[in-house]
Design a protein around this ligand. Structure first.
Ligand code: C6P
Length: 417
């Protein structure tokens, strides 16, 4: 049996494990026990620096952006646009105009599906998604297809929860106008070969929309190197606030797309005869935005910039390996999602105990996991199961968290004997 010390590279552990202290929410008791938070794939906790940045914004700087000549409006605008620049640099986008603030991944994908989808799709066209997509990367495309008559196709997955790349190549034809694919699956943890997927799609002239909700907290993203056409992600999964997210899009594509919503800020001139639209990115940011959220997102990027992502990836891989090994020692254990390349997600079943029961019992021990279909019903259909338990690991988790989780599962098994 491998020991924790053998599995974890202790030099990495030292650096990364100190980060846990930055997250105030982790230092509390839940149901009388110290909290073990293993639900970061649903929403990650925030470091103090992000909370502080948002409090300062609200206490001292709050006003509307782009609209006032007074001090507070100028400060807010500077902070808001400063965050855009931080996000641009963080994902290595070429232009700040390519960073559109949205409510999150869901809104980012809806924006593309609605604006681009309805502009370019015809009844002869196809949109290609995959069987491992989150509903947020399926339903917006279904809606666009319903409106335009285009067809939705889905790339199948294998028994490990990996994309069938031969089928992908077969399904990709000159009818395919858009490929919409997750970088990392939230239900399985699979890391998709995103560069290969993008370059193959581009060969048939398809545009690629990447759902990056689960990748941004774990993998260093370079949108130019990846050459994706669009990349969508959420603040709250990368240790930032909820209600704020990003749509990256190539400037030329965003320029050609019609507005998604109408209102203030997205216009240049309005008359009853004709309205002209604002430049990027304002064209896609109708109405007063989530200013505090954007400022918090900028602080989140500052926080992530202070972390060595390579060390973080190794650390999280060590945690996942340790959890996998310990979990598989339990009788009746089954892991859903055994891809060769995985991010920090352990999706599982344990004997015939329902995932919801497991989640409820673990909660009594102060251990938070997610249970259910994880908004990925086609994944559940593929494996012929209704639900899984899901433990997801983040930079603040440690070996003790995993040991408590495994102990909690053992106690659950005893209860159901
Ligand atoms: N997944 C989970 O527990 P929003 O809600 O817009 O921030 O993100 C939606 C979304 C899109 N794509 C993927 C791959 C996701 O994982 C999510 C959110 C959460 O897995 C809540 S269902």
């Amino acid at each position: 049996m491998t020991s924790a010390a053998e599995l974890l590279n202790l030099s990495n552990l030292k650096d990364i494990s100190s980060l846990r202290n930055d997250f105030p929410a982790l230092h509390q008791n839940v149901n009388g026990k110290p909290l073990v938070y293993l639900d970061s794939a649903a929403s990650a906790q925030r470091p103090q620096s992000v909370i502080d940045a948002m409090v300062t914004q609200d206490e001292q700087n709050h006003s509307n952006v782009h609209r006032g000549v007074h001090q507070l409006s100028q400060r807010s605008t500077e902070a808001y646009e400063g965050s855009r620049e931080k996000v641009r640099a963080f994902i290595n986008a070429q232009y700040h105009e390519e960073i559109v603030f949205t409510r999150g991944t869901t809104e980012s994908i809806n924006l593309v599906a609605s604006s681009l989808g309805e502009k370019i799709l015809t009844p002869d066209d196809e949109v290609l998604v995959t069987w491992m997509e989150h509903h947020s990367n399926i339903v917006p495309w279904q809606l666009a297809c319903e409106k335009t008559g285009a067809k939705l196709r889905a790339v199948p997955i294998n028994s490990n929860g990996e994309l069938d790349l031969n089928e992908y190549t077969r399904l990709l034809t000159d009818k395919t106008k858009i490929v919409a694919v997750g970088h990392v699956s939230n239900a399985l943890g699979t890391i998709n070969p995103i560069e290969h997927i993008i370059s193959t799609a581009h060969k048939v002239g398809a545009l690629v929309v990447v759902d990056g909700a689960q990748s941004v907290p774990h993998i260093k993203i370079d949108v130019q190197a990846m050459d994706c056409d669009f990349y969508a992600f959420s603040g709250h999964k990368m240790y930032g606030p909820s209600g704020i997210g990003v749509l990256y899009g190539k400037k030329a594509l965003l320029n050609d797309m019609p507005p998604y919503q109408g209102g203030g800020e997205m216009i240049l001139t309005v008359s009853f005869e004709k309205t002209t639209y604002n430049e990027l990115p304002c064209k896609f940011e109708a109405g007063t935005p989530n200013i505090t959220g954007a400022v918090g997102l900028g602080a989140t990027v500052d926080y992530l910039n202070s972390i060595d992502f390579d060390a973080l990836s190794r650390y999280e891989a060590d945690l996942l390996n340790y959890a996998t090994e310990k979990f598989l020692e339990l009788p009746g254990s089954r892991i859903i999602g055994t891809a060769n390349k995985k991010a920090s997600v352990l999706s599982f079943m344990l004997g015939d105990i329902h995932a919801h029961d497991l989640g409820t019992i673990l909660d009594q021990d102060g251990i938070a996991i997610r249970t259910g279909h994880h908004c990925a019903m086609p994944v559940m259909d593929h494996f012929g199961i209704p639900a899984t338990g899901r433990a997801s690991f983040a930079l603040y988790n440690n070996i003790e968290d995993i040991d408590r989780f495994i102990l909690g599962l053992k106690e659950s098994m005893e209860l159901f004997k």
